[in-house]
Design a protein around this ligand. Sequence first.
Ligand code: XLS
Ligand code: NI
Ligand code: NI
Length: 436
Amino acid sequence: MAYFEHVKKIAYEGPQSKNPLAFKYYNPDAVVAGKRMEDYLRFSVAYWHSFTANGSDQFGVGTMKRTWNHLSGMDLAKARVEAAFEFAEKLGVPYFAFHDRDIAPEGDTLSETNRNLDVIVSMIAEYMKTSGVKLLWNTANMFTNPRFVHGAATSSNADVFAYAAAQVKKSLEIGKELGSENHVFWGGREGYDTLLNTNMELELDNLSRFYHMALEYADAIGYTGQFLIEPKPKEPTTHQYDYDAANSIAFLYKYGLKDRFKLNIEANHATLAGHTFQHELRVSRVNGVLGSVDANQGDLLLGWDTDEFPTDLYSTTLAMYEILQNGGLHSGGMNFDAKTRRPSMDPEDLFYSHIAGMDSFAKGLQVASKLLEDRVLEDFIDTRYRSYKEGIGADIVAGKANFKSLEEYALQHEIRNESGRQEMLKSILNQYIASV
Ligand code: XLS
Ligand code: NI
Ligand code: NI
């Protein structure tokens, strides 16, 4: 059965095309910065937003018109797999990503839940073989079920810690079976609402114990995917432990996890933390932990994770500027952790939204690559910091200066500062976005 029968395979038609069901900038085979676009961008469809969620929010029920809406239980789960692969193939996207609970319903017991998963995972394995679509990452949903009301690995209840461990154990087995290239931990309930009832120190120690156990089990079964932490400052908890990139990196260092984990940076989580997307990518990159991206965007007028499809070229350009300087995302990719707006309820909207996101990042890649090729910002930055190349600056960098020598220098020299030229640079950036 065809779930999207009115849509044919989406093709690249170029910037002049007026066909909304065609790519204007994303041309998988076009070579940019020495690599095929597809290999740089490594796009992924998020199963939960596109196939599991139904458009409901706090104020209203689902709105999405889906050809599988009349089904339930395992029949529904199977239809979603068929739909997801038809979609991925028609869109021409190389990857997908899921939580365990997106793909199969929970049973009355953990064993029954795992049996449901086994059925769907073997079905997915078959579809992956015939379609060539690969699994960018999988993860365990440890936030929806009420058992996680106090958290999962950071729950005040050790029985919940044990249950969460069993769930991640199963997810690692699934990851191994399906060749998942990464495993994500997003700590939706790993945080607190009030410190009045919280042992923060124990919760953080337990979180690190949990991650170490995950590594140990992955090694034991030979699962070789990259582990990723996805920072988010708040929502659903008031304060989440993996607040932002800098916070997560400090955690990784403190608990001896830095060599085995990287970060999955989500644009909307960055802005929720009061940072730009580029800031979070930069912090990760310069610390060697830029692993993967949840490609979406937030509404800056709203204070929550709206998970919109990314369409802001300014932001996609600066993101690709970081990613190119990272030499790409390696085993990571660009996962569209994004949903069509509640009123965009037609199946075709799934295509329009992904095309918008893919074109926005493809364009960002082209502009960023040209900016780097022309060394627009690099030459400016080199000049701006030239005082560290010679004289006292070179001494500081080489570790040859101390407070005494610096005081001697300061007593004899007058300071002259130069303009940082940010408006000029923004204007050049606009020129590149408009003309490349
Ligand atoms: C929620 C997160 C979630 C993770 C995966 O805000 O973005 O969707 O990406 O658990
Ligand atoms: Ni996410
Ligand atoms: Ni999110």
